[in-house]
Design a protein around this ligand. Structure first.
Ligand code: ADP
Length: 997
């Protein structure tokens, strides 16, 4: 209340802020006057002078007035000169007005300048862009579409070039080479999605520093900032590509796998029956019990969800005994007990480990002639054998290696597909885990039992299910990288924005982006006449009234702009106009350049233009001759939008720069806004006054009450956006960590250290894990408390071609290592030696290239998988709200778990590929990635999109106590500090060299 009173006396805060800038504006003008006496060279020399002064310690704030004055003076000198903009000649005729200088100051200081349309925001931006570009860093102007980026960069480019700065412009289809040049300029114009996608490609996909195009995230001015940060807040930028399994072999494998499945199923049923008989024998011996357990364990290995096993395991004691037997069998794999137990099966399947594998018996069953067809050949051995074969020429060697690697790739894909098919058969049941609707496999959420349309299992599993159910196998796509636009822009050191309408959302800008809105007064007072809203009962009546109004004004020749909230509605109105033979243009936000032209023409005598609110943004409408006398442009809106901001924007389309103009809104009780959020009081009034068909209601009170409804919607949408942002924050923190690691690997001079940092880390983890991996259960058994060297050694041998033995690694044979740290360093050094030996013939450059790729490949593959999982996790969260849990907290917890897991998996993957990658494989992989068609997605949601509203229902009621700042702890797996991390004691040393010693 107090603020309201203060506002009445002193004006709004945002307006007071504008007034405070007046002294600086005067200063700019003083400087400018003095520059008028300079020669052209002297003025142009100012650029170099400013750069020098900035280098010598002055700040951009210090030189602001002078720099703006230089721009103003340059504009003055350019007046009358011809410039070419988008292929058309035009005369430069602008010198910044005082209010434009105010706007420039607001932008330079990182605010949102609210300036009405036609106030010349394009020119305003030149001043802060020039000033900030003097630092030598890349300054960017973000436009709403490609056409405006091109137009404005060419138009304003005249000033920048005159002053010796370079200007670039991003366009949709540019090559990376061109893009890099554009970013190398002092100032770059482009749309938000061009900037965002370039970032994603740089950070998530570039394989060499030379492939990156952006150089800075320093200062950006976002034009129509409300449209970008609010309207598009919920549509992330996504780069999607095929998931790499397009040449799958499911069709070929299906008959084999289904046969295997039936055989195994029959086998398990038999084993189950036999176990059942043994267990129920009245005079059962311990041996017979053991035998029964073994049979059950066999089922567990072969078909973990088999009914008979599940039934037997209902008895907790039996279950425990099976588990105990399993851990014994697994730990004793040296003696072949495991193989013995598994030999009878056709394949084994690990429910948790996402893996399944054929046994020898299975291999014989699927390909009787050629059991090798389903065995992975030893990559290293084979390559090595080719290498040392002295009978081969170098060319022959290269050819054979290539051949072998292709064969290898194909085989590993076949095994992968087979394994997924087996899982599809054994672990996934129709109508439990998935359903088939319209020939598509739909996943059923296990928590809620709801079908989740559009979701797919990853990694080829979904395709395997499609093969199993004999429906069309669809092409897999996966997200390769994604970011929301807001998160992209939050990375900038300084952000500023311009728009005709920000005030209503000032709170949101401040809360989320720390951007303050400063309302800049118009150059000339605005004389627009805003009529009261007309409210009708039905839509039909409303449209009739609209058309009547158009007819009346059009007959006099007054230009009319008809704004609608949706494309549908503009089509309805267009039909009605046609019926009345009124010639008109229809615009929806699709063809930017034509659109800009049509909108620019909308002020001509007799013009009727139907447009959605978003169409032709950023273009201002000038009045044609004789139109002023007719009352200027008349704006008709066929509905209130759900945000007041958009309505103000529409109104702002007329009466630019002191022109005459008028506006009027038409509303019906059937409009979405009124239906969903309108107050009952309005409806009651209609009843009370007995409003008849065709009659309308008008009153200032009604306007206010409709605005209240809009406020409610705005609030509602704000809370959804805020919530979305809180979710995004989790992802954002993770992205920062992963992209940070990726960038380090990408740009460091010596990727060797990064790579072996990871390797050492993962070795250390395994050394530690080997202690935990001791057999659980009976601690009376002495061997079970011993350190599990087998576990460590088998992992080492699987990945590194170094002959580690217990003797060489253990200080006291058989005992746990005394100093895990030292052991990790020791092993890593040996691995490093082997790696160096393997690649002794490579040049330093080639070796670095390879090392870099091992790291990048590991990060990319697993990060992309992680994106998929996170996406899935998030979509399952809405449903958990029903379970009385705060989904955000649940989400954070689970996201954290997934993330710790991710980091560990990245390390493991790097270790796995260390000796598998070669120059050729890495090269092939890269070619594959590049050849994949990529799709850039950035869709817009309609304001009343079904799931917008639905999402709102899923919001937990806890919104009143918003989560305080999202934090995700970035820790290493297991919550420990990484050995190569900076020590938390603040010494600045690596942890392993400091407190972690
Ligand atoms: P906005 O983006 O604010 O709607 P624009 O940048 O498209 O406005 O400019 C609107 C029109 O005003 C343009 O035609 C431009 O030529 C004109 N204009 C802007 N600033 C000036 C100025 N200082 N002097 C004369 N004309 C100007």
């Amino acid at each position: 209340m107090l603020s309201l009173i203060l506002e009445k006396i002193f004006g709004k805060k945002s307006q007071r802020d504008a007034k405070k800038m007046l002294p600086q504006v005067f200063k700019v003008n003083e400087f400018e006057e003095s520059y008028q006496n300079l020669s052209e060279e002297q003025l142009q020399a100012k650029t170099a002078e400013f750069k020098e002064r900035l280098k010598n310690g002055e700040t951009t704030e210090d030189i602001m007035c002078e720099a703006f004055a230089v721009v103003k003076n340059a504009c003055r000198r350019l007046c009358g000169s011809m410039i070419t903009v988008c292929g058309q000649e035009m005369v430069w005729n602008m010198v910044p007005f005082d209010v434009q200088i105010m706007g420039a100051i607001a932008l330079h200081r990182g605010n949102i300048a609210e300036m009405a349309t036609g106030e010349g925001k394009t020119l305003v931006a030149t001043m802060p862009l020039y000033l900030n570009a003097l630092t030598g860093r890349n300054c960017q102007l973000v436009t709403v579409n490609d056409y405006l980026a091109l137009r404005d960069s060419e138009w304003m480019g005249a000033v920048f070039r005159y002053l010796g700065l370079t200007v670039g412009c991003l366009q949709n289809m540019q090559s990376p080479q061109i893009r890099r040049e554009m970013y190398a300029c002092d100032i770059t114009y482009g749309t938000n999605s061009e900037f965002g996608f370039d970032y994603l490609r740089d950070m998530g996909m570039a394989m060499e520093p030379a492939q990156m195009v952006q150089r800075d995230h320093f200062f950006a001015i976002i034009d129509e900032i409300d449209s970008i940060l609010i309207d598009e807040a919920r549509t992330p930028l996504i780069i999607a590509g095929p998931a790499g399994n397009s040449s799958h072999q499911f069709d070929e494998l299906l008959p084999k796998v289904s046969e295997l499945f039936f055989k195994q199923n029959a086998l398990c049923s038999r084993l189950g029956r036999e176990a059942h008989e043994l267990l129920n024998k009245p005079d059962r011996t311990p041996e017979e019990y053991e035998k029964a357990l073994t049979k059950l364990l066999q089922i567990r290995f072969g078909m973990p969800t088999h009914k008979q096993l599940l039934r037997a395991a209902e008895d907790g004691n039996i279950l425990k005994d099976i588990e105990r037997l399993e851990s014994r069998v697994r730990s004793d794999n040296n003696r072949g007990l495991l193989q013995e137990v598994q030999a009878e099966l056709f394949f084994t399947i690990d429910e948790k480990g996402h893996e399944s594998d054929l046994t020898e018996k299975g291999r014989n069953a699927v390909s009787p002639g050629d059991p090798e067809a389903f065995i992975m050949p030893d990559l290293l051995d084979n390559l090595h054998n080719i290498e040392i074969d002295t009978t081969l020429s170098d060319e022959e060697k290269a050819r054979r290696k290539e051949e072998f690697q292709q064969e290898f790739g194909k085989k590993s894909e076949r095994l992968h597909d087979l394994s997924q098919l087996l899982r599809a058969f054994c672990l996934f049941e129709k109508d439990v885990h998935y359903v088939i609707q319209n020939g598509k496999i739909m996943i059923v959420d296990e928590h809620t039992g709801r079908v989740m349309p559009g979701r797919r299992f990853s990694d080829g599993l979904h395709q395997a299910l499609e093969a199993k159910e004999r429906v069309t196998i669809e092409e897999e796509t996966q997200t390769l990288a994604s970011i929301t636009i807001q998160n992209y822009f939050r990375m900038y050191e300084k952000l500023a924005g311009m728009t005709g309408t920000a005030e209503t959302e000032a709170n949101e800008f401040h809360q989320i982006y720390k951007l303050d809105v400063i309302v800049i007064p118009t150059n000339r007072p605005c004389i627009r006449k805003d009529y009261n809203d007309s409210v009708f009962k039905t839509r039909r009546e409303k449209y009739n009234a609209v058309i009547e109004e158009v007819e009346k004004r059009h007959a006099l020749g007054q230009p009319i702009l008809l704004g609608t909230t949706s494309v549908d509605e503009s089509e309805v109105i267009s039909r009605l106009l046609k019926r009345k033979n009124i010639t008109h243009n229809v615009l929806n936000a699709k063809q930017h350049q034509r659109e800009a032209e049509i909108i620019a023409e909308a002020g001509q005598r007799g013009a009727v233009t139907v447009a959605t609110n978003m169409a032709g943004r950023g273009t201002d409408i000038k009045l044609g001759e004789g139109v002023c006398e007719l009352g200027g442009l008349h704006v008709i809106a066929s509905a209130r939008h759900d945000a007041r901001r958009i309505d103000r924007q529409l109104r702002g389309r007329c009466s630019r720069q002191g022109d005459p103009g008028s506006s009027k809104f038409y509303i019906s009780l059937e409009d979405n806004l009124m239906r969903l959020f309108g107050s009952d009081r309005i409806v009651k009034i209609f009843d009370r006054f007995g409003i008849e068909e065709g009659e309308e209601l008008q009153h200032p009170w009604l306007n206010r009450s409709i605005e209240k409804a809009q406020c409610r919607v705005e609030q509602h949408h704000f809370s959804i956006r805020k919530r979305t942002l809180e979710y995004d924050d989790v992802m954002n923190k993770q992205r920062e960590v992963v992209y940070g690691l990726r960038k380090e690997a990408l740009i460091v001079e010596n990727p060797h250290d990064v790579l072996f940092g990871l390797i050492e880390e993962v070795i250390f983890r395994y050394i530690e894990d080997a202690a935990v991996q001791k057999d659980s259960g009976d601690s009376q058994n002495e061997s079970e408390t011993r350190y599990n060297w087998d576990y460590l050694l088998s992992w080492l041998h699987l990945n590194f071609p170094v002959n580690f033995t217990v003797e060489t690694l253990s200080d006291t044979p058989g005992e746990a290592p005394k100093d895990a740290n030292a052991l990790a360093v020791h092993i890593c050094t040996e691995v490093e030696k082997a790696f160096d030996a393997k690649h002794a013939d490579l040049s330093q450059e080639e070796k670095s290239w390879l090392e870099r790729r091992i790291v990048l490949e590991a990060i990319d593959r697993l990060w992309q998988e992680h994106l998929y999982e996170m996406d899935h996790l998030r979509s399952s969260m809405g449903l958990r709200a029903y379970a009385q849990k705060d989904p955000l907290i649940e989400y954070k917890n689970e996201a954290f778990k997934l993330f710790s897991d991710l980091m560990m998996r990245i390390y493991r993957e790097a270790a796995k590929n260390l000796f598998r990658a070669s120059l050729t494989t890495a090269d092939q992989w890269e070619k594959l990635i590049r050849s994949m068609p990529q799709e850039l997605l950035h869709q817009q949601l309609g304001q009343f999109d079904a799931h917008n509203i639905e999402d709102a229902d899923m919001l937990p009621s806890g919104d009143d106590n918003p989560a305080k700042g999202v934090t995700i702890r970035v820790e290493r797996p297991g919550g420990k500090i990484g050995r190569n991390d900076i020590c938390p004691c603040g010494s600045g040393k690596k942890y392993k060299k400091c407190c972690g010693k």
